[in-house]
Ligand binder design. Structure first.
Ligand code: NI
Length: 192
């Protein structure tokens, strides 16, 4: 049975520390594989769209991403469960969009963040197999949010218009209808 891990909240120093890469041997170890199981279970338990190792107090370059029927983000396009180890993101163009983000490490706050719309993703999966793929649109925003965690960055660092900051309740009341329309336009343009 996986163990649910404690999620670090903003102010914990670990959230500000760049995480370190893993060797293929370390990735294959029983303890790392068990850790990945725990990371995924914790993400599911918290209804996260992603969870990075630094958010559960492990300074390793591992993050999990998955979007199914998520009550926190009902408008997000689905993403199958993806484990990224030692990820590198490279923008494929200068095109960007404004994403409305939240984070399990930043309780009850959302804000608008500019994200690249098209990315190349290079990483290892949990078995050490090479991942080399492209992601676009809202999904690209989710990938950038998670990999930011591995560099000690939180979405609040990238909020340039602080008047966009709001609680989840205020988001639902004042921002969500407009943002859902924007998401639909981004999905129509980029396919996700
Ligand atoms: Ni986050």
């Amino acid at each position: 049975m996986p163990t649910l891990l404690k999620i670090a909240q903003i102010g914990e120093p670990i959230l500000r520390e760049p995480a370190r890469e893993l060797s293929v041997e370390e990735l294959a170890s029983e303890s790392t594989q068990r850790f990945i199981d725990d990371l995924v279970a914790t993400m599911h338990d918290a209804n996260g769209a992603g969870l990075a190792a630094t958010q559960v107090f492990q300074p390793l370059r591992i993050c999990a991403i998955e979007v199914g029927d998520n009550p926190r983000y009902p408008y997000k396009p689905k993403i199958p469960l993806t484990i990224l180890v030692n990820p590198i993101l490279t923008p494929l163009s200068e095109r960007t969009f404004m994403n409305y983000e939240g984070c399990l490490s930043v309780p009850d706050l959302r804000g608008e963040v500019r994200r690249y719309a098209e990315l190349r993703v290079q990483a290892l999966d949990r078995h050490g197999t090479t991942i080399d793929m492209e992601v676009r649109g809202i999904t690209a925003g989710t990938f950038q949010h998670e990999v930011d965690h591995l560099d000690g960055k939180l979405f609040v660092d990238r909020v340039s218009d602080t008047s966009s900051l709001c609680t989840w309740k205020a988001f639902a009341r004042h921002r969500e209808p407009e943002f859902r329309e924007r998401v639909a336009a981004i999905v129509a343009e980029y396919g996700s």
